[in-house]
Write a new protein. Structure first.
Length: 267
């Protein structure tokens, strides 16, 4: 006998309803580049959606929302345990990202480069970004002071890679780097990761990949001021996207949660 399909003739009693599927399709139609967490958050807030994000992911996969890339012959890296701080202000990760040339409008010369400085608080995942048109230590100093104003506090530790915008990375260099001088004056420990290991700055590196998907893929800017204005709007959006690692709280909600938790412990 020929084996027939084992697919059920009726849908599962807990499957998404027609109304829920309509909500999902409507949001995707209006926001074709929306992420899973953003979609789940909007459904929960605006529609009273009560299902787990994993259930929503399976629906999106079934309707063909994700186009996966099949990458072969890649070695699997087994990560070691990393101790993430459970209090805000303990540790920041800072890195610089090159802004893709494809995002520049035709009026901008090809030889002008733009750079995104990014800071992320490890405990809350709250980020601050700012753009410059020069890749210099002076811009790093300006950015760190802007971080102080944005977060409203100074961290105990700043972690960076070994780029010249963060360190001279030469034992024979007698002149102190401006960032090291700033950290020394402010009582901050400057932690430089092992060379050629960007995964040690994994949180900020992962956020840069999100920036490519959520921001740069659909960006066209006409000047540095225009880029900074658009990035300011995007930053507000970025800090209000729920994250699974934060138990589906947004970075802003996580910061408030950690602040209230600390106050409760002190009282």
């Amino acid at each position: 006998m020929i084996d027939k399909s084992h697919r059920p003739l009726t849908s599962h009693p807990n499957a998404h309803t027609e109304l829920e599927l309509k909500w999902i399709h409507d949001y995707i139609r209006r926001n074709p580049h929306i992420t899973l967490c953003e979609l789940w958050y909007k459904l929960r807030i605006n529609k009273g959606y009560t299902r787990h994000p994993g259930s929503l992911y399976r629906v999106l996969k079934r309707i063909g929302y994700y186009n996966e890339i099949n990458i072969k012959n890649t070695s699997k890296y087994i990560p070691k345990k990393y101790d993430t701080p459970d209090e805000i202000g303990k540790k920041w990760q800072i890195d610089v990202k090159f802004v893709p040339n494809e995002c520049k409008a035709s009026n901008l010369p090809n030889d002008i480069k733009f750079y995104q400085w990014t800071c992320i608080d490890e405990a809350s995942r709250e980020r601050f970004i700012y753009h410059y048109d020069e890749h210099t230590p002076a811009n790093t100093i300006d950015f760190v002071y802007r971080c102080f104003l944005f977060y409203g506090y100074k961290p105990e530790e700043i972690q960076t890679d070994n780029g010249t915008e963060f360190t001279w990375n030469q034992e024979k260099m007698k002149k102190i780097h401006p960032l090291d001088a700033l950290c020394l004056n402010e009582g901050i420990y400057h932690h430089k990761i092992k060379p050629r290991t960007p995964r040690h700055n994994g949180k900020v590196e992962r956020s840069h990949r999100n920036d490519n998907e959520r921001f740069y893929n659909n960006l066209k800017f006409y000047s540095l001021e225009d880029l900074r204005y658009r990035a300011k709007i995007y930053l507000k959006r970025s800090n209000n996207i729920p994250m699974s690692v934060l138990n589906y709280r947004t970075p802003n909600e996580q910061r408030l949660y950690l602040e209230q938790k600390k106050l409760t412990q002190l009282s």
